[in-house]
Design a protein around this ligand. Structure first.
Ligand code: 6R9
Length: 658
């Protein structure tokens, strides 16, 4: 990006917090002042929400930047904080997890149940020779044992590395090798789209290439046939027979809690390392503040998979440390029907829902009448994460799911940040659809130009984080140099500019006239049209603001006159007829619509109507592949693609288009 981002869209709608939520909010407006007055004192106050076995001597050690240490000398046990302390407080009978299997089987798990299972699993792991500091790979479907396995590792100080259950042999074995894991915890399979899908064969193949693995612990979920080797142990024959007594031992605040791999655009996946005290402090605080969780009355549901950071921080560590009652769902949103989510919200009276823009746009495509058939009056707060949410998708979410009553919190963060960084507070912020608004109290985020200078309100550039925060990544596992290169050598001291270390997030962003932050997509995706940097997000949002459009992805394709030209891929809403000339007419209308909304500079050269878009397994649009198609190249790396058939369809369509 050679110059700053053009600032094209001008969204003016505003949504103040509902009065009752404002009055009762866990965190109120004064939090910003308090944190600004003394940032470290603020984080101390949040750390005190946890139970520490030994108090820290020093809050932050930033003497060796960019390697931070938080709550130095402090000791705590993460599993104790997430489970035992609630049981000790008399909440043993409270439901921690309402689990809903895809085929419709259910389990209600109390905090006392969780304490028992986590203790049994901790005893089994110890029996299998796993100790503090050892790495454990977890490759499971969305079943309660996934949370139990993570907490059991935390309880004994083993570092977990959760690998998404849809990943291949190659992805799994690369991650096992990089972390040098001793144990894999897996299942025979899980339910996906109405049928059992196997996991164990992938593990068998991966383990054959990974001599570091000593044992494989297997949960029986589907009952399908599995090959059995000498390293394999059934969960029900070990964990479920083990003693339910286990004394959690405190660990150092900087003890490694987990590694989670992010794929990045090039090179081998990066093992993002998170540690204990700072991570839990911020995961717990943000869950309490951003979702305004009232543990005694709320039913919380985060639809992410445990294989992503959202599942780590906002299914396991955040909600459980806060004593929440939550829903956990195993399957896909359209099994058996496209109303499954709303059925679940209605059934469990979910009051806080946290999901992703890709899902919201899919629901838009499926049509308003599906959620309209359900009683969603229990909902009081809606959250979004994973990608920029287009203003129109935000409005749709608030109106059709929140029935125009609920605040929507658009939460920006990354695997690397460990917890939410930029987000409205539901009882404080006057939200604007499409904006993540402002950094949370205690967080310093900014938008800067090429020279690391803060841009004025109305300007665009790169999103950066200026001060260390408790849940920040500590390094890339085994590769400090890559950690510095990737995040710290673009701006600030790491780039030889100034004395302060500045974290480069890799996202484009702008500040509006009020200073609110709008995320504009990954910097790698920014388009350069006739010398202007234009964000993919803004053009996509303009397309989604047309009533015929559910979802879109735009890319900059090489163009002889403008350098790059905008090519848009558009999924029409379910009720739109695109047969014959109607499809042709729609693309003409859409090009004009974008030109009218954002200006002629943003008018797409070409629009293709498609049925699906290529997405990663966590639901992010893979524009890189669309760019390959738009520039008539063969496709690059497709290993992280959710559904490879999608690209065949799109490529075929591109060839027949003029
Ligand atoms: C939590 C998570 C991180 C990247 C991030 C950004 C995008 C996430 C967003 C958002 C705009 C939001 N992203 N939340 N963009 N608005 N509310 O998704 O972590 O998988 O590591 O992805 O996702 O591009 O840099 P991760």
């Amino acid at each position: 990006m050679s110059e700053t981002l053009a600032n094209l869209s001008s969204e003016t709608r505003q949504f103040p917090p509902p009065e009752q939520i404002a009055v009762d909010a866990n965190v109120k407006a004064d939090a910003y002042e308090e944190a600004a007055a003394d940032r470290l004192a603020w984080w101390v106050k949040q750390a005190e929400r946890l139970s520490w076995a030994k108090k820290w001597d020093q809050v932050l050690d930033w003497s060796n930047p960019p390697f931070a240490k938080w709550f130095i000398g402090g000791e705590l046990n993460v599993a104790y904080n997430c489970v035992d302390r609630h049981v000790e407080a008399g909440l043993g009978d409270k439901i921690a997890i309402h689990w809903e299997g895809e085929p419709g089987d259910t389990r209600a798990i109390t905090y006392a149940d969780l304490q028992k299972s986590v203790s049994q699993a901790a005893n089994t792991l110890t029996d299998l020779g796993v100790g503090a500091g050892d790495r454990v790979a977890i490759y499971l479907p969305m079943i309660p044992e996934a949370a139990v396995a993570m907490l059991a590792c935390a309880r004994i100080g083993a570092t977990h590395s959760v690998v998404f259950g849809g990943f291949s042999v190659d992805a799994l074995s690369t991650r096992i090798k990089d972390a040098d894991a001793k144990l894999v915890i897996t299942a025979d399979g899980g339910y996906r789209r109405g049928k059992p899908s196997a996991l164990k064969p992938t593990v068998d193949e991966a383990v054959a290439q990974c001599p570091s693995i000593e044992n494989v612990l297997v949960v029986r979920r589907t009952g399908q046939d599995v090959a059995w080797g000498e390293k394999d142990k059934w969960w029900h024959e070990t964990v479920e027979q083990a003693s339910p007594e286990h004394q959690p031992q405190p660990f150092d605040s900087e003890h490694p809690l987990f590694i989670l791999y992010t794929s990045g655009t090039t090179g081998k996946p990066k093992g993002i390392l998170h540690t204990t005290g700072g991570y839990l402090t911020q995961a717990s605080f943000t869950h309490h503040a951003v979702f305004d969780l009232k543990p005694e009355s709320d039913v919380y549901w985060c639809t992410a998979d445990i294989g992503w950071v959202t599942g780590h921080s906002y299914i396991v560590y955040g909600p459980l440390s806060n004593g929440a009652t939550q829903v956990m769902y195993e399957g896909t949103p359209d099994t058996p029907g496209r109303d499954r989510f709303w059925q679940i919200v209605d059934k469990y009276k979910v009051s806080i829902l946290y999901t992703a823009p890709t899902l919201i746009r899919t629901m838009m495509k499926w049509g308003d009448d599906i959620p309209a058939g359900y009683d969603l009056s229990s909902l009081r707060i809606l959250g979004s994460v994973g990608e920029p949410i287009n203003p129109e998708a935000w409005i749709w979410y608030r109106k059709n799911i929140g029935r125009d009553r609920t605040p929507v919190v658009d939460t920006w963060w990354q695997t690397e940040t460990g917890a939410i960084m930029i987000s409205p507070l539901p009882g404080v912020t006057v939200a604007k659809p499409g904006s993540a608004m402002t950094p949370l109290p205690g967080i310093t985020a900014d938008v800067v130009d090429d020279q690391a200078q803060s841009v004025p309100n109305g300007g665009g550039g790169f999103l950066v984080l200026r001060d260390p925060w408790p849940s920040m990544l500590r390094t890339i596992w085994g590769d400090d140099e890559r950690f510095i290169d990737t995040y710290w050598s673009r701006f600030g001291a790491g780039a030889g500019q100034g004395d302060d270390w500045v974290y480069f997030a890799g996202d484009g962003a702008k500040k509006d006239e009020d200073g609110a932050i709008w995320l504009l997509g990954r910097v790698d995706d920014v388009m350069l049209i006739s010398g202007h940097n234009i964000s993919t997000t803004e053009v996509e949002s303009a397309l989604v603001s047309h009533p015929a459009v559910a979802e879109s992805a735009v890319v900059g394709a090489t163009d002889p006159t403008t350098g790059q030209a905008i090519v848009a891929f558009v999924i029409p809403r379910g009720n739109v007829d695109t047969d014959g000339d109607k499809g042709e007419q729609l693309t003409v209308d859409l090009r004009n619509h974008v030109s009218k909304t954002l200006g002629p500079i943003a008018k797409p050269r070409q629009i293709m109507l498609v049925a699906e878009l290529p997405k990663t397994r966590s639901g992010k649009i893979m524009r890189r592949l669309l760019k390959d198609v738009a520039e008539h190249r063969s496709l690059g790396d497709v290993t992280t693609l959710q559904d490879s058939a999608v690209m065949d369809l799109i490529s075929a369509g591109m060839k027949t288009a003029k």
